[in-house]
Design a protein around this ligand. Structure first.
Ligand SMILES: [Zn+2]
Length: 186
């Protein structure tokens, strides 16, 4: 297992539509292990495989609070099959857009179909943080970022800032050490 580098905008790979997983083999299990290591190290509460440069429809999550035991969850080939008309607004952040937080309005409740690590089909109805996180991560495997849900003005400002930072550091991560990571959804 090894923590891997997380792609940061404006990396174009974050805009790829990820491919469905067809089999759970050794390399996929290794990918999932690396994803957990990367997410816990960041730290974040969710991660999509494309965020470490692998365009496969794999999402991991752990919504446990600091003092709770770990609750690792894996969602393979996840898709939203129903969304409520009711909306909810939460402040979101993203490991691929470090240190930027903005309120995003999404459906309050969603039904999600996915496969577990035995490739058995599962369905869940989610609300609250789980609903937000699932929608955020499913966006990732479709090449969508949370900043696509905010105003164009704000999005342009963020993109500009990160493009400038990428140029200055030649692609290195523009992270500071005293960042407050608790809102990083993934
Ligand atoms: Zn994200």
């Amino acid at each position: 297992m090894a923590a891997r580098d997380i792609l940061i905008i404006p990396d174009k790979r974050l805009r790829l539509k990820s491919e469905p997983v067809k089999a759970i083999d050794k390399s996929l299990r290794a990918l999932i292990d690396d994803m957990f290591e990367t997410m816990y190290a960041a730290p974040g509460i969710g991660l999509a495989a494309i965020q470490i440069g692998v365009p496969k429809r794999v999402i991991i999550m752990d919504l446990a609070k600091k003092d709770e035991p770990k609750q690792p969850q894996v969602f393979i080939n996840a898709e939203v099959i129903w969304a409520s008309e009711d909306k909810a607004t939460y402040e979101e952040g993203c490991l691929s857009i470090p240190e930027y937080y903005e309120e995003v309005t999404r459906p309050k409740t969603v039904k999600v179909r996915f496969f577990d690590t035995d490739l058995k089909p599962q369905e869940i109805e989610a609300e609250g943080l789980l609903a937000t996180c699932l929608q955020h991560e499913i966006d990732h495997i479709n090449g969508v970022l949370f900043i696509d849900h905010i105003s164009k003005l704000k999005r342009d400002m963020v993109m500009k800032k990160f493009k400038k930072a990428a140029k200055k550091t030649d692609g290195a991560k523009p992270l500071s050490e005293d960042q407050e990571p608790s809102h990083h959804i993934g």
